[in-house]
Ligand binder design. Structure first.
Ligand code: DUR
Ligand code: ZN
Length: 132
């Protein structure tokens, strides 16, 4: 994980957070993911008036990458309006699908961040191999 530019990924997540569409919660989240070939995809949370179609920043970023042909997430940086905004359970499961070995960076700023493995955030997980 030493070849990952964590600060740059956090910077991209902070930029994406500014694009959040959050008229209901007013809670902004941004995410940036690094793919296996070094591409970066960003995402913000997007809220919908009927609430349930709302999507988290993490899944916006991941689905952008998947829909461009990527299948493997190397790292994800997440920034939100709370002190260290952690990914929700649904997003943890989505990271499980495409980034079992991903580095998960939960950040307040480029200089203040925590690092996790998916196994730490989603232990004893269910995943694609279980269906084989
Ligand atoms: O890790 C998180 C946690 C929450 N949200 C969004 C969903 C909703 O728009 C708002 C409040 O839950 O924050 C994210 O995007 N990612
Ligand atoms: Zn989520």
């Amino acid at each position: 994980m030493d070849n990952i530019d964590k600060k740059y990924l956090i910077k991209k997540a902070l930029e994406a957070k500014k694009k959040a569409y959050v008229p209901y919660s007013k809670f902004r989240v941004g995410a940036a993911i690094l793919t296996e070939n070094g591409d970066i995809y960003t995402g913000c949370n997007i809220e919908i008036a009927s609430y349930s179609p709302t999507i988290c920043a993490e899944r916006t970023a991941i689905f952008k990458a998947i829909s461009e042909g990527h299948r493997n997430i190397k790292a994800i940086a997440i920034v939100g309006d709370s002190n260290f905004t952690y990914p929700c359970g649904v997003c943890r499961q989505v990271i499980r699908e495409f980034g079992k070995d991903a580095l998960i960076i939960v950040a307040n700023s480029e200089d203040e961040y925590r690092e996790y493995t998916l196994d730490e955030l989603l232990p004893y997980s269910f995943g694609p191999e279980d269906l084989n």
